[in-house]
Write a protein that binds this ligand. Structure first.
Ligand code: CA
Length: 250
């Protein structure tokens, strides 16, 4: 079931009619870079590091790809032949897509860095760069919950007010938990168990080995008890994923 060679996992869902559905969830990284030599090198190095990659060379292609494919992260060059990479970024953020974006550019000026970050970049790397640094920054982005979703997170009838730190189910108040926020921010994406652990216990590692399972179990009970139409899937050996509840009745 688990493909340890890459950051991918295939999970299977059996439903009542005996059908087997499977979904493959990968740490797939989109590389948008018009310098073909650099793009191929990046793809090679990322694949060696265990990611799957798609390489695109124009802003228009990137725009289209992010609407159809769920990427774990994007490495985005700014000087693209058809448009500025920043316009791709703004478009993504306008749709409240929390996709982590690492901007890669030859423009190293302070003003450029600031406008990149203001446009919604999560991080910024100036060329020339060491690949090890890119990898380290990418890993940091993937560990961090999305910061850019705005005040309110919503999945089905479950909402989370990130400023008031309150969860609402059908507009009625529910117990706030940081794990809930974390899972909601990464809707439909796997949240590594380690990240959930960090979120609950901070850096203290002196915790029971099943503490995360217990928390998740409690959260599931709370949510279903209050009629939230969401599911927390356990991706064994990897982590958890929250999605809208699928109505599987015929
Ligand atoms: Ca370029």
């Amino acid at each position: 079931m688990f493909d340890d060679a890459s950051n991918c996992v295939t999970w299977y869902v059996f439903v009542a009619d005996g059908m087997l559905y499977s979904e493959r969830l990968c740490m797939r990284v989109l590389v948008v870079e018009d310098n073909e030599e650099l793009a191929q090198l990046l793809a090679q190095r990322l694949e060696t590091a265990g990611y799957e990659t798609d390489v695109l060379t124009t802003a228009a292609e990137a725009q289209a790809a992010v609407t159809t494919t769920r990427y774990a992260a994007m490495v985005l060059d700014l000087g693209l032949p058809d448009d500025d990479g920043l316009s791709v970024l703004r478009e993504i953020r306008q749709h409240e897509d929390p996709l982590p974006v690492l901007v890669l550019t030859a423009r190293g000026g302070l003003q450029d860095r600031v406008s990149g970050l203001r446009s919604g970049a999560d991080d910024y790397l100036v060329k020339p760069f060491a690949f090890e640094e890119l990898l380290a920054r990418l890993e940091a982005l993937l560990r961090r919950p999305g910061q850019l979703l705005g005040r309110s997170l919503q999945i089905a009838n479950l909402a989370f007010d990130t400023e008031g730190r309150q969860a609402l189910i059908d507009d009625k108040s529910a117990n706030e938990t940081t794990v809930l926020e974390l899972l909601m921010r990464r809707k439909d994406r796997v949240v590594a168990k380690r990240l959930v652990e960090d979120q609950i216990f901070g850096s203290s590692r002196d915790v029971a080995s099943n503490a995360v399972e217990v928390s998740i179990h409690r959260l599931r009970k709370q949510l279903s008890g209050r009629g939230a139409k969401v599911q927390i899937h356990t991706i064994r050996g990897v982590g958890y994923l929250m999605s809208e509840e699928k109505d599987l009745s015929p």
